[in-house]
Structure formats: structure tokens, C-alpha cells
Design a protein around this ligand. Structure first.
Ligand SMILES: *[C@@H]1O[C@H](CO)[C@@H](O)[C@H](O)[C@H]1NC(C)=O
Ligand SMILES: *[C@@H]1O[C@H](CO)[C@@H](O)[C@H](O)[C@H]1NC(C)=O
Ligand SMILES: *[C@@H]1O[C@H](CO)[C@@H](O)[C@H](O)[C@H]1NC(C)=O
Ligand SMILES: *[C@@H]1O[C@H](CO)[C@@H](O)[C@H](O)[C@H]1NC(C)=O
Ligand SMILES: *[C@@H]1O[C@H](CO)[C@@H](O)[C@H](O)[C@H]1NC(C)=O
Ligand SMILES: *[C@@H]1O[C@H](CO)[C@@H](O)[C@H](O)[C@H]1NC(C)=O
Ligand SMILES: CC(=O)N[C@H]1CO[C@H](CO)[C@@H](O)[C@@H]1O
Length: 317
């Protein structure tokens, strides 16, 4: 209930603010010369409208007209200003969309502006029949959340790839993904910058190597709980990769040598609960990846805590 009330209140407040703004504007306008009104009206109002008769003091509908880019700024302000605080991705987005949805009901103009402000979409199985329509409406979509989709991933990826979308972020947690799916991700979404494959069983080294090779702009890669990932066989530089999560996978020192060699730009690395990671590997990594600001090592029992004094003071255990 609160979730629905809040956006409504926001809409009402904005409406009141805009009406008073329009009334003030209307009064000011009357003082100005007729020629000036004409010139501004041709820019700011639809062609049909005429300037209101001078004697009329009640504002008409055309007085509320603002160009799309002004509304876009107002909506962006509402959605991005952090008076909605929620850490959980889905809740945050749901709140934003409740607001955008309420605004979109106001008029066709608002609908098309709110559509252009949809940057992410959660796709679940019942959404699929409507994907064509959704992708045509949300032309600026860049982020897909697919964790609640339980049908064939290859069909979905191929369908999405048909649209001219610039998808830069995919969250696909806890999916029984097969190697062919991983190859398809890389081929369908070469512009990826963020990929979250937490707990995707079946993720293989070949697949993830292919993704890193094709999606050369990837900055965030999350492979936590991908049990088969060791990153062996990587033999090319991945310089843009900044955040890598390999917690609860099966990495060992060999993996750390590979990372030291090819991922020199890493800023943040999570290695939690990898039993086979040792001090030797971590030292090698820290010496080579000089950009590294944070390395998470909880549950790496073979890494002694004294290592932290030995390495850079900024590193956390
Ligand atoms: C959305 O995409 C259009 C082009 O399709 C572009 O002109 C516009 O600036 C984009 N809007 C935002 C908020 O990124
Ligand atoms: C896709 O979006 C990203 C991030 O907004 C941008 O850096 C990149 O240039 C875009 N690529 C294309 C092909 O539009
Ligand atoms: C990577 O980013 C650069 C510059 O931002 C862009 O020119 C290039 O097309 C991108 N490559 C891919 C595969 O997205
Ligand atoms: C997925 O992983 C990315 C990259 O590590 C991270 O930024 C994002 O918060 C994660 N998202 C979720 C929903 O776990
Ligand atoms: C990776 O994803 C998991 C679960 O989605 C999240 O808890 C974790 O914070 C992410 N790691 C990074 C480095 O963002
Ligand atoms: C750690 O290494 C041992 C010996 O090489 C291996 O048997 C074990 O499966 C590895 N553990 C993990 C979690 O990869
Ligand atoms: C390329 C490079 O600088 N490699 C260095 C990584 O760190 C080890 C020491 O742990 C050096 O021996 C390598 O030369």
C-alpha cells in the first residue's frame, strides 16, 4: 500500500508545483508583448494552440505544456534522487518503476518520456510474449535482470539480439546454464560491461574465456559460486576488468597467476572461501596487479592473516 501511495503523492506534489508555476508564468506572460508570446509559443507549444485571450485569467491546458526534455529532467530527478533508499536491486527498481508507471498514466506525452527512461528490465517467464512490444517501447534499455526467467535461455538471447538494443548489463543468477548459452551471451551482447553469473552451475572455463575475449569492455564480472571456474586457458589481456568476484568457486594459485598476468587493471577481487588459495598465490597477485585496492580473503584458510601486514596496507581481509 505504501509503495503505491508514495508515487501518487509525488505525482500530486509535482502537479501542484507545476500548476502554480504555470499560473505564475501565465501572469508574467500577459505583461509581455504579443510578439514575444508568439515566438516562444512556436517553440514550446504544439502548433494548434493560440495565445489565450488577454482578459482570461484562468490557466488553460496549453499553459501546462512543457517540452519533453524538461519533463525528462523532472522525472529523472524524481527517480534518481536518493530519497528512495533500497539496497536490493529489485526493490530499488520496483520503486522507480512504480513512480514511472504512475507518471506514465497522465498522458501519451508522459508515457513516451517514461518509456525512454526505462534503462533496465526484469524478464520473467510470463513477460516473454510481450517482449517485442516492450523492446519497441523501451528503446534505451541497457540492463537485463533474468534471474526469474525459467525457460530456454538460448531462445531468449536470440530474441533479444534481434532488437537494436545496447545491452551493457546482465544479471543471471542461479541458472543451470550450459556452455552454448555462455557462448551465445558473448555473441549476442558484445557491449557487455557488467555480467553477474552468481551460482550459475555449468559455467565452464571455455565459456567464460569466450565472454572475456568477445566482450572486451567488461568491467564487472561476478562468478561467485560458479563451481567449475578456474580461469585456466586465458591467454589474452583483459585490461578493462575492474571487479572480479570468484568467491566460493574452485580457484587456486594457478588461477591467481593467470589473473596476475592478464588482468592487470583489477581494482577489486573477491576470493572468499577458496580453500586452495595460498599465501604464495596472493603475494604474486598483489605484486603484479598494482591497481588492486581490495582483496577479500575471508574463509581462505591457507592464507595467513600476517600476509596483510606484508602487503599493501589498504588491502582488506
Ligand atoms: C534515449 O535514446 C534516444 C535515442 O533513441 C536518445 O535521443 C535519448 O537521449 C536517450 N535518453 C536517455 C535519457 O538516455
Ligand atoms: C552502449 O552503451 C555504453 C554505455 O552507455 C556506451 O559506452 C557504448 O558506447 C554504447 N555502444 C553503442 C554501440 O551504442
Ligand atoms: C568498447 O568500447 C570502445 C570505446 O568505449 C568502443 O569503441 C568499442 O566499440 C567497444 N567494444 C565493444 C565490443 O563493445
Ligand atoms: C551482480 O554482480 C555485479 C558485478 O559484480 C554487482 O555489481 C551487482 O551488484 C550484482 N547484482 C546482484 C543483483 O547481485
Ligand atoms: C556478486 O553477486 C553476489 C550475488 O548476486 C553479490 O552478493 C556480490 O556482492 C557480488 N559481488 C560483487 C563484487 O559485486
Ligand atoms: C583443492 O585441491 C585439492 C588437491 O589438488 C583437490 O583435490 C580439491 O578438489 C581442491 N578443492 C577445491 C575446492 O577445488
Ligand atoms: C610481469 C611481472 O611483473 N611479473 C612479476 C609478478 O610478480 C612476481 C613476484 O611475485 C615477479 O617475479 C614477476 O616478475
Amino acid at each position: 500500500m505504501k509503495m503505491i501511495l508514495f508515487p501518487l503523492i509525488v505525482v500530486v506534489i509535482i502537479a501542484v508545483a507545476l500548476i502554480s508555476f504555470a499560473v505564475v508564468l501565465n501572469m508574467k506572460k500577459k505583461k509581455r508583448s504579443k510578439e514575444f508570446i508568439k515566438s516562444t509559443k512556436t517553440i514550446a507549444t504544439p502548433p494548434k494552440t493560440k495565445s489565450p485571450p488577454k482578459t482570461n485569467t484562468t490557466p488553460t491546458t496549453t499553459d501546462f505544456y512543457l517540452p519533453d526534455d524538461c519533463w525528462e529532467r523532472v522525472f529523472k530527478f524524481i527517480v534518481t534522487n536518493k530519497f528512495i533508499i533500497s539496497n536490493e536491486y529489485r526493490n530499488k527498481n520496483r520503486d522507480n518503476y512504480l513512480i514511472l508507471n504512475s507518471l506514465s498514466l497522465v498522458s501519451k506525452q508522459f508515457l513516451s518520456i517514461t518509456d525512454s527512461l526505462r534503462f533496465s528490465l526484469a524478464i520473467c517467464t510470463p513477460t516473454v510474449p510481450f517482449l517485442d512490444q516492450l523492446f519497441k517501447r523501451f528503446t534505451n534499455l541497457s540492463s537485463l535482470y533474468l534471474s526469474s526467467y525459467y525457460y530456454k535461455l538460448d531462445v531468449l538471447f536470440s530474441q533479444i539480439a534481434c532488437f537494436q538494443l545496447n545491452i551493457t548489463s546482465i544479471i543471471l543468477r542461479h541458472k543451470p546454464i550450459n556452455p552454448a548459452n555462455v557462448f551465445l551471451i558473448a555473441n549476442c551482447f558484445p557491449n557487455l560491461q557488467q555480467l553477474n553469473l552468481t551460482g550459475c552451475s555449468g559455467m565452464s572455463d571455455e565459456g567464460i574465456t569466450h565472454v572475456l575475449r568477445i566482450c572486451c569492455n567488461i568491467t564487472h564480472l561476478n562468478l561467485s559460486s560458479c563451481r567449475n571456474v578456474k580461469l585456466r586457458g586465458m591467454n589474452f589481456e583483459v585490461l578493462k576488468l575492474e571487479t572480479l568476484d570468484l568467491s566460493c568457486s574452485s580457484v587456486d594459485d594457478e588461477t591467481l597467476y593467470v589473473i596476475s598476468k592478464y588482468c592487470r587493471g583489477l581494482l577489486q577481487l573477491s576470493l572468499q572461501y577458496n580453500q586452495n588459495v595460498t599465501e604464495k598465490g596472493v603475494k604474486h597477485l598483489v605484486e603484479n596487479c598494482t591497481q588492486l585496492r581490495e582483496i577479500k580473503l575471508e574463509g581462505c584458510y591457507k592464507v595467513h592473516s600476517s600476509l596483510l601486514c606484508y602487503t599493501q596496507p589498504s588491502l582488506l581481509k
